[in-house]
Design a binder for this molecule. Structure first.
Ligand SMILES: CCCCCCCCCCCCCC(=O)SCCNC(=O)CCNC(=O)[C@H](O)C(C)(C)COP(=O)(O)OP(=O)(O)OC[C@H]1O[C@@H](n2cnc3c(N)ncnc32)[C@H](O)[C@@H]1OP(=O)(O)O
Length: 220
């Protein structure tokens, strides 16, 4: 993964090693992983805090200077690291719930996620976060095993029980069937033996004239 440590190095959106089991440890010297962890720590600590006005003003100033420093390092979307580190939870995208994908086969994917108050509604996972997690693991399976690119057409989520915070949840995806360009997927999320949510999704394979980069002429 040293490619992501070199400034301005091109980064493949698709890592051929992405089927490797996820290694939850942050390797020594993996500065980008440390940075993602730090951003996540800020998000969680901010959510849990109640700063007085003076503290809020001081912290805002500090964060503004951090943002300014990062803006100086801006690159195009294909070259950014966030979202492209397949070995990191949530692909290194700090907003995304930290989903660890443990295994992907041709027809199944398995992962786990623990969310804190940053991703909470009220004392449980926010109802918008659950679909984010399903979209991540189901899209990953839909696009695995050399299949051509497909985008989410629909994702229907059933919330069966409140998903607790600060405990590990198990997330699974299953490739149900294919019908032409349509790929039908199912997802489940468990806390222990309790099914907290399930989802049905359709991914539709992109036609040659549809590109992933819609700002460069794709008609999707
Ligand atoms: C980003 C997360 C990444 C996670 C990691 C994994 C890597 C991912 C990498 C990133 C990847 C990027 C991931 C993202 O960014 S996913 C981002 C969210 N998704 C989108 O932005 C997709 C927006 N929609 C579209 O682009 C088009 O509508 C698509 C391409 C989906 C289909 O439009 P298209 O014009 O091409 O298709 P068609 O109209 O000829 O229809 C074809 C067939 O499909 C059936 N149909 C269509 N829609 C629905 C529906 N809603 N319910 C039921 N059925 C539906 C339709 O009836 C027909 O069936 P049939 O008549 O043939 O039987």
């Amino acid at each position: 993964m040293d490619v992501s440590l070199r400034p301005n190095a091109p980064i493949d959106i698709w890592n051929p090693d992405w089927n490797d089991p996820f290694d939850p440890t942050v390797e020594a010297g993996d500065e980008f992983a440390e940075l993602v962890a730090a951003v996540r720590a800020v998000q969680e600590a901010f959510t849990r805090s109640r700063p007085d006005p003076a503290a809020a003003a001081g912290i805002a100033g500090t964060l503004r200077s951090v943002a300014q420093r990062l803006e100086e390092l801006e690159v195009g979307e294909d070259d950014q690291i966030a979202g492209h580190r397949w070995d990191l939870a949530g692909r290194g995208q700090a907003l995304a719930p930290p989903l660890h994908i443990d295994a992907v086969t041709e027809t199944t994917a398995r992962g786990r996620v623990t969310v804190g108050r940053f991703h909470a509604g009220r004392y449980a996972m926010n109802g918008g976060v659950t679909p984010l997690i399903f979209d991540e693991i189901m899209a990953r399976l839909a696009n695995d095993s050399g299949r051509p690119w497909a985008r989410t057409a629909y994702l229907n989520v059933n919330f069966r029980a409140p998903a607790p915070l600060d405990v590990e949840l198990r997330v699974e995806a299953e490739y149900l069937r294919q019908d032409g360009r349509k790929r039908f997927m199912r997802g489940t999320m468990y806390h222990g033996d309790v099914l907290v949510a399930d989802a049905d999704g359709l991914w539709v394979e992109l036609k040659p004239e549809q590109t992933l980069n819609i700002s460069e002429g794709g008609d999707v």
